[in-house]
Design a protein around this ligand. Structure first.
Ligand code: SDX
Length: 429
């Protein structure tokens, strides 16, 4: 078997496999004709070397620790703009003009309320339901309320559904939180910006006035920017696969929420904080480092490692800075969890095991400490990730629907089960 300049030869069969170049980053080998011409599949569990689609939205250079959204570095977006500007960029492909920004903010702000009957929908859950369970259900249930934006063939309905998702996710997330603590739901307020509105819906109570701390609101807005999109990660690939069948956008985003919940993905921020709490003190770090290295121990350092980044996750650097800003604003001097996190990071970054496996802290390593300091329970951490990632999911979903080359995703397999055999009647077993 040989592969040369885009041809693949096996058992004297040669298949043309054109190489396609991107604008930046690795080229791809188009293998679409492989099975038809050789009767063979490629095999790549976890898709470590497989590009599932062409996209113009986000680019990651894992070796250099670079993350671009429509070409703009994440550091510049986080430093200079706000989350809704990043939403406009991801959805429309360009930074908004001043007039476009005013219009986009206005449209999101005026779609933040959810159908009043959704409140009754929430009443069906146990109070101790995990907020992510409530989010999977309530996001999917939006298809039961917003029938006028489920026709995926209508560009106007696709945009309406996109704006509704961006606008209503914070409201549903805040409702899930309020329901879990037995407090009344708080309606969105149109005179608040996106992050301040979310803090108000989560932390205000009818008995007294609440004003979101502007430093915390800005920090949360930055956290939303950092989590907005990330190429073809597991949950985005889930949304694309669900969308490829023609499912409505609310069902697709609900599928993305479900996938994000896993501790290897978006659930890592909750798992990372629980790990820091379990470690408890700097003295116990060596014990956990040893466990992380032990092949027979399933324990992994949550918040470390990444499929693509083999360098520092650029989002983690910004997250670390934001963590210190929040702790300083809140007057939290010696947070024991932060002490453990900083010492764990120092040790891990100097340990040969982590160096040779290129395991660096990822965005989830610091986000949990910040969100806990802001007053969110660990069960809400992945919910906030889902709120932020909704724009990435919906932008990628729209790109796929509008791609003339798109078709239903249907991977094949390497079958290693029983060859064909005849049924054995019960009396002969
Ligand atoms: C997110 O894809 C995205 O972009 C995701 C995300 C996004 O924005 O959408 O960035 C968000 O999900 C970040 C990742 C959060 N997950 C965690 O922090 C959980 C802990 N990390 C690991 O589970 C792991 O690093 C993954 C899942 C993130 C990546 O796993 P890979 O790419 O499949 O790598 P691997 O599991 O094959 O690990 C390679 C080696 C293995 O050792 P060997 O089998 O080669 O000997 O590194 C080891 C692993 O055992 N390893 C770890 C480790 N992560 C990998 N060892 C200890 N601790 C870890 N955290």
């Amino acid at each position: 078997m040989t592969v040369q300049n885009g041809t693949f030869t096996i058992d004297s069969k040669t298949v043309d496999m054109p190489v396609k170049e991107g604008s930046i980053g690795p080229a791809v080998v188009d293998i679409a004709a492989l099975y038809k011409n050789t009767g063979m599949f490629t095999y790549d569990p976890g898709f470590t070397s497989t590009a599932s689609c062409e996209s113009k939205i986000t680019y990651i250079d894992g070796d250099k620790g670079v993350l671009l959204h429509r070409g703009y570095p994440i550091e510049q977006l986080a430093e200079n703009g706000d989350f809704l500007e990043t939403c406009h960029l991801l959805l429309h492909g360009e930074l908004p003009t001043p007039a476009e920004k005013v219009d986009f903010d206005h449209r999101v702000t005026r779609h933040t309320m959810v159908h009043e009957q959704m409140m009754r929908f929430f009443q069906g859950f146990r109070r101790d339901a995990h907020p992510m369970a409530i989010m999977v259900a309530s996001v999917g249930a939006m298809a039961a309320f917003y029938h006028d934006s489920t026709d995926i063939s209508d560009p106007h309905q696709r945009m309406v559904a996109s704006m509704r998702m961006i606008a209503k996710m914070p409201t549903l997330a805040a409702m899930a939180y309020k329901y879990s603590i037995g407090q009344p739901f708080v309606y969105p307020k149109n005179d608040l910006d996106y992050a301040a509105n979310f803090l108000n819906m989560c932390f205000s109570v009818p008995c007294e006035d609440y004003k979101a701390n502007p430093v915390l609101a800005r920090a949360l807005d930055k956290i939303f920017i950092l989590h907005a999109d990330h190429e073809q990660n597991a949950s985005t690939s889930t949304v694309r696969l669900a969308g490829s069948s023609g499912a409505n956008p609310f069902a697709c985003i609900a599928a993305g929420v479900a996938c994000l919940w896993g501790p290897a993905h978006g659930g890592a921020n909750e798992a990372a904080l629980k790990m820091l709490e379990e470690i408890g003190s700097v003295e116990r770090i060596p014990e956990y480092i040893a466990r992380a290295k032990d092949k027979n121990d399933p324990f992994r350092l949550m918040g470390f490692g990444h499929r693509v980044y083999k360098n520092y996750d650029p989002r983690a650097r910004i997250m670390q800075k934001t963590t210190h800003e929040v702790l300083q604003e809140l007057g939290i001097k010696d947070d024991p969890l932060l002490d453990v996190a900083m010492e764990l990071e120092r040790i891990a970054l100097s340990d040969p095991y982590f160096i040779e496996k290129k395991l660096y802290p990822n965005i989830d390593f610091y986000s949990g400490i910040t969100l806990k300091a802001m007053g969110f329970p660990t069960s809400m951490f992945t919910v906030l990730f889902a709120v932020a990632r909704t724009v990435g999911w919906i932008a990628q979903w729209k790109e796929m629907i509008e791609d003339p080359a798109q078709k239903i995703g249907r991977p094949r397999q390497l079958y290693t089960g029983a060859p064909q055999r005849d049924y054995v009647p019960m009396i002969k077993r």
